[in-house]
Design a protein around this ligand. Structure first.
Ligand code: SF4
Length: 489
């Protein structure tokens, strides 16, 4: 499917929108009209009016719609009106009605927050997004509830606040749907020990920088990969380094994303508890063993329950569980069962992800009908999760979207009151600086009290991280340079 534009600069947005209606199909921008299968949009400015035209050609059949706007209409309103025209025409043709309407960016809540900050009343915000951007009432409820929770969390952050991210890019084996850079421990076994040593050095270096700059550590997050893929001794070395190098007295939240149940042992949980970690993740992804096997996760749902009970017995009082809607071979009933199992276990946090399809090629084996069916199933699953969780006392507190999720659906963090995962909100909103250590980690520098954001990248792969460690040390100077340009007031 080709997307061709004329007279405007919203080609990219129109192609994102087009993708929603043709799941799994390659949608690409083009300069010239092909014979068939295209979406053509045109904006023409006349003396007092602006004319919008959308033409769709599908399997040789031509469809068209048009609208006239008043002259002087803003760029954004032109883009929005053109998006609405494309959405409505493609809805008529395909019978699909993506629930987020024309909002294709990753942070719909941010758009709402902007209007709240401008003083727009709630009813007006709802009316605007539902009528002018075609967002469904259900998604609007979700976004408004999330915005309220997020707002409270964001307002806690002060100009000197920062979070620390530690990357453990190793996993016991690779899950078929994974889009992260993660390395199987079997293949990288010999690298892990030197990696932990180098990471300890980077943690210490980062702590010195933070101290020198007068930054206050608020949240700590060990992510991956799977942080518990490494041994208890290695994990202990890292947590002791964090405790020895940083001042943890002002930390609001300390998370270790334990992740896969097949890596979690009593010994590792003891190390985590001793480090004063306040929040862990035990991620089932699904409670259907056949689906787990199909996607290459080497554990069963029983393992998840066993490890969860063990963590509870050891006193962990804030546990997150991740589920994924739309895993290959999962069904509506299977997903309902996963949600019911999570509710039975009653963790404090539940994060519901929508499967992100890595490449259109992954879906090439499916027919368009199968893909449309899969997208409908995912819509059902995500809606079901929202209803079941909110009906059981959980509320949404953060929400974002990844590229290439079926039906453009979201990932939502739900929690019991008072158990919001702060780091998740800060990283997603880019509220304050995140100093990140380890392979694949990206430090995000946020101007205190301002909007400037700069990034410092570490090398992606552990072997590069080790062999070019001197360069990593050098790049840390950029943190200092940033705060010299944008001091904490
Ligand atoms: S455990 Fe997570 S990070 Fe590791 S391979 Fe599976 S999905 Fe990817």
């Amino acid at each position: 499917m080709k997307v061709i534009s004329s007279g405007h600069s919203f080609a990219y947005e129109m192609s994102c929108l087009t993708m929603l209606f043709f799941p799994g199909r390659k949608v690409a921008l083009a300069d010239e009209l092909p014979e068939s299968d295209y979406v053509y949009t045109q904006l023409t400015e006349h003396k007092d009016t602006i004319e919008l035209i959308v033409q769709v050609n599908l399997s040789g059949t031509q469809y068209q719609d048009r609208e006239t706007l008043e002259g002087g209409t803003t760029q954004w309103d032109c883009q929005r009106a053109l998006g609405v025209l494309v959405y409505k025409l493609l809805s008529r043709i395909t019978g699909r009605h993506p629930q987020w309407g024309i909002l294709t960016g990753i942070r719909p809540v941010k758009l709402i927050q902007r209007r709240v900050d401008e003083g727009m009343p709630e009813e007006e915000i709802r009316r605007y997004f539902q009528q002018e951007c075609l967002v469904s009432p259900e998604k609007m409820d979700l976004a408004m509830a999330t915005q309220k929770m997020e707002h409270q969390i964001l307002s806690r952050s002060t100009p000197d606040s920062f979070s620390l991210y530690i990357s453990i890019p190793f996993c016991p084996s690779r899950c078929s749907y994974c889009s992260f850079v993660s390395h199987s421990i079997e293949k990288t076994f010999r690298l892990i020990d030197p990696y932990v040593d180098a990471l300890c050095r980077e943690i210490d270096l980062t702590a010195h920088l933070a101290k020198e700059l007068g930054l206050t550590l608020r949240t700590v997050y060990f992510g991956g990969g799977t942080p518990t893929a490494i041994s208890a001794e290695q994990l202990g070395r890292l947590t002791r380094q964090v405790a020895g190098s940083f001042d943890l007295s002002q930390v609001w939240e300390y998370t270790i994303e334990a992740g896969r149940p097949d890596t979690i042992t009593r010994e590792k949980l003891q190390v985590i508890a001793q480090a004063g970690v306040s929040r862990i993740s035990i991620n089932p992804q699904t409670f259907n063993d056949s689906v787990l096997e199909y996607v290459g996760r080497k554990h069963t749902s029983q393992d998840t329950c066993r490890v969860y009970e063990m963590a509870r017995d050891m006193g962990f009082a804030n546990i997150n569980m991740d589920l994924i809607a739309g895993l290959p071979t999962d069904t509506r009933e299977g997903f309902e069962h996963s949600i019911q199992e999570v509710l039975r276990l009653a963790p404090e946090n539940v994060t519901v992800h929508t499967l992100s399809v890595k490449r259109a090629a992954d879906l090439a084996a499916c027919s368009m009908d199968q893909l449309a069916q899969q997208a409908e199933n995912v819509t059902y699953m995500v809606d079901y999760a929202g209803r079941a969780l909110t009906g059981s006392g959980y509320g949404p507190y953060y929400l974002y979207r990844q590229k290439n999720t079926l039906d453009n659906l979201e990932n939502t963090g739900y929690c019991k009151p008072g158990f919001e995962g702060l780091y998740n909100v800060y990283i997603m909103d880019e509220t304050h600086t995140i100093l990140a250590c380890g392979a694949g980690a990206v430090t995000k520098l946020r101007q205190p009290g301002g909007k400037q954001i700069e990034r410092v990248f570490n090398y992606k792969f552990p072997y590069e991280y080790l062999s070019k460690f001197d360069e990593i040390v050098k790049r840390k100077e950029q943190v200092k340079d940033f705060y010299e340009r944008f001091p904490i007031r």
